[in-house]
Design a protein around this ligand. Structure first.
Ligand code: KIV
Length: 276
């Protein structure tokens, strides 16, 4: 039976944690994209994306909320299951929504649901030093984890808006420490959102696990963007790191392919997409 599973997609072997670790060690950039349904999942897979995130950004781009706070575990499971049905090669990561991991036991219960009911292969949670116990507990139960640092959208009401994090010396060194602690607690990937490019570069060098950035500069191990942003179908003011890939790609598949190509060859993100 295991042989049958391994042969599935043998020409395009599925991406796993070891694939990503080996890409980091070879200096090959990792292309990541959010996705929320089966139709786009087919395109994202075909375009060559390595890691797909069913992000709680779906609260904003699909459900029309102003923040990610109202998103529930059931919402993520619904979308993750749809994406999982269509994906063959990329690693599927599902977001743990606001307050779904406030204790280690609650986190384990919800992570298991995301994996068993949603088909996710890894879960992502937002947090620094305060989440070390949760990460340790999940890791001790063999749950693959992505730890999200920098701008943490679930904390928007506490931090008072969506803004760049880690700009002063103290917060920057706290973030470096947090990243190391989360890695040592068992995080398999660290995701950095909206931080100065120099800090992104330092954290990627500090860690042996892959570091994925969104507005964290070019010198991290991979890049992720919100699918609807690259397709230019989100309204309102766009963050500085967003690029409309429809201009180069011309179609949804072409735009995702252009994103992958530019991440892999280092063209994206350019200096204009970063923070100082
Ligand atoms: O929810 C999400 O889509 C995310 C990305 C912005 C990284 O966390």
């Amino acid at each position: 039976m295991y042989k049958q599973l391994q042969q599935r997609g043998a020409e395009r072997p599925p991406v796993n944690i070891s694939t990503l670790a080996s890409m980091k060690s070879k200096g090959q950039k990792i292309a990541c994209m959010t996705c929320y349904d089966a139709s786009f999942a087919v395109l994202v897979d075909e375009a060559g994306v390595d890691l797909v995130l069913v992000g709680d950004s779906l609260g904003m781009v699909i459900q029309g909320y102003d923040t990610t706070v109202p998103v529930t575990v059931d919402d993520i499971i619904y979308h993750s299951r749809a994406v999982a049905r269509a994906l063959v090669r990329p690693l599927l990561v599902a977001d743990m929504p606001f307050m779904s991991y406030s204790t280690p036991e609650q986190a384990l219960n919800n992570a298991v649901r995301l994996m068993q009911e949603g088909g996710a292969q890894m879960v992502k949670l937002e947090g620094g030093a305060g989440q070390v116990e949760v990460v340790k507990y999940l890791a001790s139960h063999d749950i693959p984890i992505c730890a999200h640092l920098g701008l943490k959208p679930q904390s928007v009401h506490k931090i008072g808006g969506f803004r760049v994090q880690g700009r002063d010396g103290d917060t920057a060194s706290a973030m470096r420490k947090d990243a190391k602690m989360l890695q040592d607690a068992g995080a398999d990937i660290v995701l950095l959102e909206c931080i100065p490019s120099d800090l992104g570069s330092l954290i990627a060098k500090d860690l042996h696990v892959p570091v994925i950035g969104i507005g964290a500069g070019p010198d991290v191990d991979g890049q992720i963007l919100v699918l609807y942003d690259i397709l230019d179908i989100t309204s309102g003011r766009k963050p500085r790191f967003v690029k409309n890939f429809m201009l180069e790609g011309g179609s949804p598949l072409g735009a995702i392919e252009a994103f992958c190509l530019e991440v892999k060859d280092g063209t994206y993100p350019g200096p204009e997409h970063g923070f100082s």
